[in-house]
Design a protein. Sequence first.
Length: 367
Amino acid sequence: MENCRYIKRRIYEKKSCEYTDRRRYCHEYVSGCSQATEEPAEDTSGEISPQTEDNTEGNMQEEAGGSSAETSGTDSTDSTSGSPAVYMTTDISSDGLMAVYEALQASPEGNIAVKLSTGEPGSNYLRTDLIGDLVQSFDDPTIVECNTAYGGSRANIAMHYQVAEDHGYTEIADVDIMDEDGSMTLPVTGGTNLEENYVGSHFADYDYYVVLSHFKGHSMAGYGGAIKNISIGIASAEGKSHIHSGGTGGSMWGGDQDAFLESMAEAGKSVVDYLDGNILYINVMNRLSVDCDCDGNPAEPDMHDIGILASYDPVALDQACIDLVYSVQDGDSLVERIESRNGLHTLEHAEDIGLGSRTYELVNIDG
């Protein structure tokens, strides 16, 4: 396949993708990437304008208003393409977060869990001045997490609750370390590595999950977003080891990389299957370090912040974030981290097993 420039289009009808260099991202359309004839003007600013496209089928505000997100949590899809919608704002603020959430037109009911990473001290965890208004907009929400399996400051209950308090989370909601009382088992269907997934035993106490993820790099997975948050993030310490070992029960470290990435997708699917639509996903693309929030001394980001994205489809959401990283001029470090860990394989396998779609519609709500 010949090299193609990154083409900003609303509908990403991707069968597969090829990274021809670290700034040129080729979407292979149904007709083939080499058939694409339109190119955007060269952008040398490093800023992202996700919706300055060649497609002029109405403005994005109209489409955002016309999109229908089922309150039961079923996929919000574009009415014309049938692809899952991913809503985006470049406003990384409390107001921007509320706006992108409201674009989903969700109505969570019952016991609502907000799943986030409490983060190691010194990391780029999501700050409460950004997320507090959203969290407190729910009726009696609970921030949920599980203990780590690698040690650190969140490996036992007392330490983990202290970190949650230190990071301000106990000021905006109740906090539940879901594996405080051990694990529960979820069946994995359609997997090639896992038959079971072990999540915190309190997982079943909640009726609806709002998955709030800081999108960034990761030393083992290449990147961390929605899929990692519902797999490794909801897994108990026991479950984390199980996923990292690719289901073999062996060491967390130095095993088969693809099996680990596939196991994340499979564990995530078990969570989504169990919740039966009662889940939504938001990724915050700020402080885009190559290192994750499990690293208390992360590398300083060398790329600009991008925005906040939301969807009912975790695969579409993570794919959209990946595409945005590849589209900018200052994303080389994060691209290298993703590629060096074969991080895109998580998305490939997730789509293969039916967790979601890598084809999506990006809807800019900024107007």
